[in-house]
Design a protein around this ligand. Structure first.
Ligand code: GUN
Length: 295
């Protein structure tokens, strides 16, 4: 079994991004600038946004964090997104999800200018992705593709089983893995909470991408020996042996699955770090495209 090491791969990609930013600036380009919007104080969202802002600093990007109380109106949030759309100093906009229940995530995402949609969640971005046109890929699927590419894993002809059908991970992942490219060229099956005989299907998988959001959901009896396992889950569970009283686990029962498979991503230090790489690559691309558009 080989670990697909998010620390190693993200460090490599971040070095490339840093160098590209320096070259870009040496040629008269300006620092990429990411604006992040955080509504409320969901602890997981706080941690994700904090990490994104920290990475901007590390890679030589500017960042602006806009924080709003959870009782702001949808209209106000949309007007803030529009203000950022029209601000030429901002290259990329991300609205951390989930939003409070009274705000439509779709309406807010739809308000983001597609040229600044560095999360790749706008319908135009997703439509372009579906058609294989240049666009911003959603950060987590993008990061997974970068990881498979780094380890030169040839997925051609493999049966890829994706568990989870979210707009952010499961659904875009099906498109990318079935594309005529490598990584890609896989035969893809998407499974979800209503799938019958899930175990039968996952047992025929050469590669499993688990994005269900349930701790240790994928167990050893669901995995074919030699399979590749990509674990997208980040779940906090109680653990009285830890000082904090809890720890993070993935959607895969790592301890029992790892000995069976050929490659596996750990949680933490796996896909999560790759998501940041995807976002940062998109933001740099947005900055470069903005320059082309403005001239
Ligand atoms: N919530 C969970 N994952 C993500 C992500 O990749 N981007 C944003 N904006 N919100 C999220």
């Amino acid at each position: 079994m080989q670990l697909l090491d998010g620390v190693l791969v993200s460090a490599h990609i971040k070095e490339q991004i840093k160098q590209e930013v320096q070259d870009w600036q040496a040629n008269g380009g300006k620092k990429p600038h990411l604006a992040a919007i955080l509504v409320g104080n969901n602890p997981a969202s706080e941690a994700y946004v904090g990490s994104k802002v920290k990475h901007c600093e590390e890679l030589g990007f500017d960042s602006t964090l806009l924080r709003f109380d959870s009782d702001i109106s949808e209209d106000f949030l949309i007007s803030e997104v529009e203000r950022l759309n029209n601000d030429e100093t901002i290259d990329g906009i991300l609205v951390q999800l989930p939003l409070p229940a009274h705000i439509s995530g779709d309406s807010v995402i739809n308000a983001i200018s597609p040229g600044k949609d560095v999360d790749g969640f706008h319908p135009i971005s997703l439509g372009r992705m579906l058609l294989g046109q240049p666009t911003f890929l959603p950060a987590t699927p993008y990061g997974i593709m970068l990881m498979l590419e780094y380890y030169k894993i040839d997925t051609t002809g493999m049966h890829c089983v994706i568990i989870g059908r979210s707009n952010i991970v499961g659904t875009p992942m099906t498109i990318l893995m079935s594309r005529a490219s490598n990584p890609g060229n896989a035969t893809v099956t998407m499974c979800h909470s209503k799938t019958r005989n899930l175990r039968e299907i996952t047992r025929s998988a050469d590669i499993i991408i688990a994005a269900i959001g349930r701790p240790k959901y994928v167990t050893a009896d669901m995995v074919k020996p030699g399979a590749i396992i990509i674990d997208v889950g980040i779940n906090r569970i109680d653990d009285s042996t830890r000082k904090s009283g809890s720890r993070l686990v993935g959607d895969v029962d790592f301890d029992n699955v790892a000995p069976l498979c050929s490659y596996i991503t750990p949680v933490p230090k796996g896909v999560g770090l790759m998501t940041i790489c995807g976002l940062m690559k998109n933001t740099l691309q947005a900055a470069k495209q903005a320059k082309e558009l403005i001239g």
